[in-house]
Design a protein around this ligand. Structure first.
Ligand code: 8YV
Length: 312
């Protein structure tokens, strides 16, 4: 008999096909009465397949007494209550590493997009403004100083690429990492004061919530730019909107927001902002590799083998 699993949100069709081949899949996002449905079927469900955005809400966890594993399609697991999973004996897997390159790519893309105003130039050409208006001269990435908040696996890939732009790379994190050619700042505010670009790529945890505060934005200063490809929770969003509108910082490029898919209206009208709808890992190659890990972690679990990429 195929094990029963609860799929929380849609995934790539190739991943869904594979899940449906191996399991009886209950599609949570299609349910009209999720609580009623889970009251009837929840006891048979042994696994959750979810993603970094949807995680596993407490009411779902409570409705699944036989839950053994949560296999998540994403590296960030802030939407899953890990201590609670440990207490319940539920294993959790994520999809690290396979998205490092795609994440580094979008980060560099957002940075160039912001400093060279690529979205605005594109819009101007489409609006037939070329020839009728003059375009301002802009700053460039080359030679600038970047501070990376969270020099993990993705942060290191970003650092490598930014070195190709002859940028000076510094980083802040809980610990200094040995044998790296980058300056370490134990104090985020000191780093923000020194850099031209602050790139946020640390995980969303209770410790990092609001870490990019009004004070950090003030330290970044009127020539400084903020890039966030991690989680919206790391940045004090109202403080960011204010800092962008009153010139406390120069600009921001954002792939993530506090309350996705809601983006503050004020940001949408700002010329010194580039916005992206949480697309960091959204390439066919990367999403295929992520989906593969979701499937292989579930298969490993049901075969009684160690998980490939366990969180717990
Ligand atoms: C995905 C992500 O967009 O890996 C993560 O943590 O945020 C992204 O890769 C997400 O998991 C899909 O919702």
């Amino acid at each position: 008999m195929k094990p029963e699993i609860l799929q929380i949100a849609p995934m790539m069709s190739s991943v869904e096909e594979e899940l449906n081949r191996a399991y009886v899949v209950h599609e949570y996002w299609k349910l009209d009465d999720p609580a009623g449905y889970l009251a009837d079927t929840g006891a048979n469900i042994r696994a959750i397949a979810t993603d970094g955005h949807h995680g596993a809400k407490p009411e779902i966890m409570d409705a699944l007494p036989s839950l053994e594993i949560i296999s998540s399609y994403g590296v960030g697991y802030d939407a899953i209550n890990i201590p609670d999973c440990k207490e319940r004996g539920v294993r959790v897997s994520n999809t690290p590493d396979v998205l490092n390159d795609a994440m580094a790519e979008i980060t560099v893309g957002l940075m160039i997009g912001l400093c060279r105003r690529i979205p605005q130039l594109d819009a101007a050409v489409r609006a037939n403004e070329w020839g009728r208006t003059s375009f301002p001269l802009l700053s460039e990435l080359t030679g600038a100083h970047v501070g990376i908040l969270g020099l993990g696996r993705i942060g290191k890939e970003i650092a490598l690429r930014l070195q190709a732009f002859k940028m000076k790379v510094s980083y802040h994190g809980r610990n200094k990492q040995e044998y790296l050619p980058y300056d370490y700042y134990g104090d985020l505010e000191a780093m923000a004061r020194d850099v031209d670009w602050l790139v946020v790529v640390a995980p969303g945890t209770p410790e990092t919530k609001g870490i990019v505060s009004k004070q950090i934005l003030e330290a970044l200063g009127p020539e400084g730019n903020l890039v966030n490809v991690a989680r919206g929770t790391l940045v004090d969003e109202p403080a960011l909107v204010e800092a962008l509108s009153n010139g406390t910082i120069a600009g921001a490029a954002l792939d993530v927001f506090e309350d996705e898919p809601t983006v503050p209206d004020a940001l949408k009208s700002m010329e010194n902002v580039v916005l992206s709808p949480h697309q960091g890992s959204a390439t066919r190659k990367t999403r295929t590799a992520m989906g593969d890990l979701v499937i292989r972690n579930l298969a490993a679990h049901f075969a009684g083998n160690p998980l490939l990429t366990p969180v717990t």
